[in-house]
Design a protein around this ligand. Structure first.
Ligand code: PMP
Length: 370
């Protein structure tokens, strides 16, 4: 539909991509290292990129060695390769309910049994997970998105991080820590990653929200045996992540002061946009309740008027605004009360119009219901 406004996707804001710095990096790579940058490269990744990922992993969690890093084509590929190399039919994967749809699909396709664990603003309820484990459930993997969860926006608390690590050691499962939103913390604060409490962790460090998704460059760090088997799955899948993108991003990230200044800019802009949408929603759609996000890209909202989320999603599309109902993110039950809204890509005028359209769609449904 022409003029459709989207609060649906999880796209980062294109006006915040570091285009000028990337232009310099692309030029420098082509001038100085074209032969290597345009050639096939090592399966595990270009050394400079692996080294940067290992260093970043140490700055934000446990120290690791570049030999325990695999560069993947986005974290999405990291998830897929993990499922291919670690899961066999009927293995149990425990995860928050709701969870990131892209992960749910991968685990389902791998033939895993999904164990839904309730979650709240502090992330996965690890006491509920402990109760399932005490009751005899044995899982191969526990999947978490510890900062600004997609879709709920929750942040796994320190206590729960420690508890999850203890459970991993006691029951022998691996934690998959998928953390693409940690750099989008509005106050710049992030909690240390779970690998500080146990080494039974595979971390996925995406650069899609931190820099831009188009290069498809991400890192996977974990125990040596896991990295070895995922690396061999990577070789079978696509030989390597694109060499040029790795050279460009490694050069960009090596620029002194770049990352800190870039993250500061991202955080300020995202916070302002999130606050703007929060104000619009509070003023114009009082039937929508939500915790104000403290980072990440999403508002996870509850419809309090009794209108069903899927019907509202349809009416919104007809009114010219795309939103996402909660249903696709649910592992088990769906109450039809949730909507996920993204605020990142709309201008001030677009956000205002989008919320007006959301309000109009709701009024129409509420009237029809009598
Ligand atoms: N994990 C989560 C929780 C995500 O939200 C996304 C993408 N939106 C991904 C992984 C995939 O990211 P990437 O671009 O690194 O493949």
């Amino acid at each position: 539909m022409p003029g459709m406004l989207s609060m649906a996707g999880g796209l980062p804001a294109p006006d915040l991509f570091p285009v000028a710095e990337l232009t310099d990096a692309v030029d420098a790579v082509l001038r100085e290292e074209a032969a290597a940058a345009l050639q096939y490269g090592p399966v595990a990744g270009v050394p400079a990129m692996r080294e940067w990922i290992a260093q970043r992993s140490g700055e934000t969690g446990a120290r690791t060695d570049p030999s325990r890093v695999l560069v993947t084509s986005g974290s999405q590929q990291g998830l897929d390769l993990l499922a291919r190399s670690l899961l066999t039919l009927g293995d149990v994967v425990a995860l928050d309910d709701p969870s990131y749809l892209g992960a749910v699909q991968i685990f389902r396709t791998a033939g895993a049994e999904l164990a839904a664990v309730p979650s709240d603003e502090d992330g996965m309820d690890t006491d509920a997970l402990a109760a399932l484990l005490r009751g005899g459930m044995r899982c191969r993997l526990v999947y978490v998105v510890p900062h600004f969860h997609n879709p709920t926006g929750g942040v796994l608390s320190l206590r729960r991080r420690r508890h999850l690590a203890e459970l991993a050691e006691r029951y022998g499962f691996l934690i998959v820590e998928d953390d693409p939103y940690a750099d989008l913390s509005f106050d710049g604060v992030r909690l240390p990653s779970i690998d500080q409490h146990t080494d039974q962790v595979v971390r996925l460090l995406s650069l899609s929200k931190t820099l831009c998704p188009g290069f498809r460059v991400a890192g996977l760090c974990g125990p040596a045996t896991v990295v070895a088997s995922v690396t061999s799955a990577k070789q079978r899948a696509d030989l390597q992540t694109n060499t040029f993108g790795q050279h460009v991003l490694a050069r960009l990230l090596a620029r002194p002061g770049f990352l800190a200044a870039h993250l500061d800019r991202l955080q300020r802009h995202y916070q302002a946009r999130a606050r703007r949408l929060a104000r619009l929603l509070m003023d114009r759609v009082p039937w929508l309740a939500f915790p104000e996000p403290t980072g990440g890209l999403f508002f996870w909202c509850t419809i309090t008027s009794g209108v069903h989320a899927t019907e509202l999603w349809r009416a919104c599309a007809a009114a010219g605004v795309a939103v996402v109902p909660g249903e696709p993110f649910r592992v088990e039950r769906d109450s039809g009360t949730n909507l996920r809204l993204s605020y990142a890509t709309l201008t001030a005028d677009e956000a205002s119009t989008a919320v007006d359209r959301l309000a109009a769609a709701h009024t129409q449904l509420a009237r029809a219901a009598g």
